[in-house]
Write a protein that binds this ligand. Structure first.
Ligand code: PGA
Length: 257
């Protein structure tokens, strides 16, 4: 059975004190109403809060992830954070290739592939993001666009670490817009991604791969999305900044899947 994963992407939000409050609230609500043991919760706060979130979430079985890492190993790269630094702080996950990184920071498929490799070298699970923008969807090119992104990301993965990858399908037109993909649209793309992965790594590998949906996922639409056979969880932006909403989403996984 595949891992069910709920990851919260806090993006560039919250002061230190606010982040402390939010993680406390999440931990408190989880202790009162734990999620099923097969659901893995991952919180991805801004870099400066990683250690604090890691310490405060230890008791409630929340994993911690970064939102980015450098494509370089180490050295004179001012302002960058390496995979080795994250792993030396026991940070086990990292979002890589988020569309905001592609759009505002010029991340290309090549840079993203290099970042995935850095993460794997340090045994960090990459949460690799892919997804088409509105023009691409409206012109019917969404499968082609996602295929190119996925193939580039998987092109040169070390075979013994490839199993660590987690894919998040995040249609850009749905991110932060309140315009969620329909369960059918999400299912169709997730099944397509799984097929691409099966083609490269085999059926068994693809069956074990967790594919998350991201883009305006909230407490009222999560259950329908998570019911889809190829939707294994969510990468949540806006709704992860409110403890109650995030926890409601965490309780939206179907029992029988
Ligand atoms: P959203 O963001 O849930 O606010 O749409 C999702 C994401 O960007 O990961």
């Amino acid at each position: 059975m595949r891992d069910k994963i709920l990851a919260g992407n806090w993006k560039m939000n919250k002061t230190f004190g606010e982040a402390e409050e939010l993680i406390d609230e999440i931990a408190d609500q989880l202790s009162k109403k734990p999620v099923n043991s097969d659901v893995q919760i991952i919180i991805c706060p801004p870099f400066p809060y990683l250690e604090m979130i890691r310490d405060l979430s230890e008791e409630c079985d929340i994993q911690v992830g970064a939102q980015n890492l450098s494509q370089f190993e180490a050295g004179a790269y001012t302002g960058e954070v390496s995979a080795a630094m994250l792993s030396s702080m026991q940070i086990g996950y990292c979002i890589i290739g988020h569309s905001e990184r592609r759009q505002y920071f010029g991340e290309t498929d090549e840079i993203i592939a290099a970042k995935i490799k850095q993460a794997l070298n340090e045994d960090i699970f990459p949460i690799f993001c892919c997804g088409e923008n509105l023009t691409e969807r409206e012109s019917g090119r969404h499968f082609e666009v996602v295929q190119k992104q996925v193939e580039a990301a998987l092109s040169d993965l070390p075979a013994d670490k490839a199993y660590m990858i987690i894919i998040a399908y995040e249609p850009v037109w749905a991110i932060g817009t309140g315009k969620v993909a329909s369960p059918e649209q999400a299912q169709e793309m997730h099944a397509f991604i799984r097929k691409l992965v099966a083609y490269k790594f085999g059926e068994e590998f693809a069956e074990n791969l967790s594919i998350l949906y991201g883009g305006s996922c909230n407490p009222s639409n999560a259950a329908e999305l998570f019911k889809q056979p190829d939707v294994d969880g969510g990468l949540i932006g806006g709704a992860s900044l409110k403890a109650a909403d995030f926890i409601k989403i965490a309780h939206s996984f179907p029992e029988d899947k």
